[in-house]
Design a protein around this ligand. Structure first.
Ligand SMILES: [Zn+2]
Length: 80
């Protein structure tokens, strides 16, 4: 869950999984985070609902650890 100031500057990120506040400095998120923003469409039972959440790295690892099929991982050498 993200909170923004009046100028749309990021001021807080809370992990939806554990409730921990992630580190944000000068409008920049300073730790790893999985951010989801999904708009469900016509063929979904949640048609028209938009779901957004953030997970800290610990919660993300726990979540994907439950998957029947592991996530695909690729190494990236250029990071922003
Ligand atoms: Zn968490």
């Amino acid at each position: 869950m993200r909170k923004f100031s009046g100028e749309q500057r990021l001021c807080a990120v809370t992990c939806n999984g554990c409730g921990r506040t992630l580190r944000v400095e000068d409008g920049v998120l300073k730790e790893g985070c999985f951010a989801a923003d999904q708009l469900f469409g016509y063929f979904s039972s949640m048609d028209g609902e938009r779901h957004s959440f953030d997970l800290c790295e610990d919660c993300y690892r726990k979540w994907i650890g439950q998957f029947a099929v592991p996530v695909e991982k690729k190494e990236t050498v250029e990071l922003l």
